[in-house]
Structure formats: C-alpha cells, structure tokens
Write a protein that binds this ligand. Structure first.
Ligand code: ATP
Ligand code: MG
Length: 189
C-alpha cells in the first residue's frame, strides 16, 4: 500500500485491512513515499518521521509491515520503481498495489502504464464522497474497493493539530503521541 502517510490514519489502516480480506492477501506492506510527485506543492514531513509513524501504527498487526524502499531510493517516488523493486525482492509473489482511487487515476496516466499492469494488480480504495465511477480510471486491470465509511484524511489531521483540535481516534494512539513528541504539524496549513 503506497501513500505519503503524513500522518498515517485509521482510514489507511481500515483500507488495508479491507483489501487484504477481499483479495485474500497474505500480508500488506506499507510503503511510505520518498518525495511524492503529486504533492510537490507542499512541504512533506521528513521521511523518517512518516516512516516511524507508519511503523508505530502497524506494529500490532502481524499481517502488516513497512518498507523503506521508496524512502531509501531518495528523490521523487514513481510507482514503477516501487513495483520493480518489490518484484525483485519477492519474485514469487502475486503483487497488488493498493492506493486511493484518486491517486491511482494519476499514476495510471503515466507513460509506463502497460508495464505497471504487468507488475501488479491495482486496487483503488475510495473514501466517502468519492463515487466509484468518476475516477477516470482505465477499464480493466484495476479493482475498486469501497472502504467502510471513514472520512479521514491526512490533510484534515494536519489541520487539526495546527488548530489545537484533537486527532485522538482519527490516528492510532501511538501516532498522536509521536506527533506531540516531535512537535509535528504545529503550523496551521
Ligand atoms: P492527504 O490528505 O495529505 O492527501 P491522504 O489522507 O489522502 O493524505 P495519503 O497518504 O495520500 O493520505 O493516502 C494514500 C492513499 O490512501 C490515498 O491515495 C488516499 O486516497 C487513500 N486514503 C486516504 N484516506 C482514506 C480513507 N479514509 N479511506 C479510503 N482511502 C483513503
Ligand atoms: Mg490524498
């Protein structure tokens, strides 16, 4: 599951759990992006903080793990590189790439779309307010999964911290504590 995870929240975790169930996955690897190309307009929190929050959020689930491949590669993250590397590391695995349907629509317009489809099955998760039909996704090769209603976004979590509003229960407890400890998101955006 690819994402910026700035911060990781319960929407991500429910989405991962739901897709794992629907597709009978053995495990879900969370892959925090390096510098996400979709988000170059705003300063993203240092990769190390996003990585650690994702580790904290997933630690209790034996099916969940976190990979540093996109962070350690450095620079802008392209899904094609992520999948090539995951394929090399797991030559026998059936790979599923999970991300938001909004992000998928952008990723799949990219020039390597054909190789992308050869490397993995794509699963787009949607959150409330996004309908399944209007995402601009290509026909075939992509499954869409509606995640049980959790209208949580990282943007809203960051705004809340910036305005001293609580993020308890939107993100795992350990992530609330990590945000406070490291003083993240204090400047309202
Ligand atoms: P931001 O608000 O910064 O864009 P985000 O909440 O969308 O963050 P990302 O790290 O971009 O989080 O998430 C990775 C993917 O997970 C995204 O493509 C997004 O669409 C999807 N996603 C995020 N929140 C939810 C949710 N509550 N339900 C379903 N999918 C979600
Ligand atoms: Mg988003």
């Amino acid at each position: 599951m690819g994402g910026t995870f700035d911060p990781v929240h319960h929407g991500h975790l429910v989405a991962a759990s739901e897709v794992a169930h629907r597709f009978h996955l053995d495990e879900v690897i969370f892959v925090p992006t390096g510098q996400p190309w979709q988000k170059s307009h705003r300063a993203v929190t240092p990769a190390e903080d996003r990585y650690l929050m994702t580790v904290i959020a997933t630690a209790s689930n034996p099916m969940f793990s976190v990979s540093r491949i996109d962070i350690d590669r450095g620079g802008v993250t392209y899904t094609i590189d992520t999948l090539r590397e995951l394929r090399e590391l797991n030559p026998e695995a059936d790979l599923f790439f999970i991300t938001g349907a909004d992000a998928l629509a952008q990723i799949l317009t990219w020039r390597d779309a054909e190789e992308l489809f050869a490397l993995a099955h794509f699963v787009g998760v949607t959150r409330p307010g996004h309908t399944l039909s209007d995402q601009g996704l290509p026909q075939g090769g992509v499954s869409l999964v509606e995640v049980p209603a959790l209208a949580i976004s990282s943007t809203d979590c960051r705004n809340r911290v910036g305005h001293d509003a609580p993020v308890w229960y939107l993100v795992p407890d350990g992530v609330v504590q990590y945000i406070n400890k490291r003083n993240l998101y204090r400047t309202p955006v």
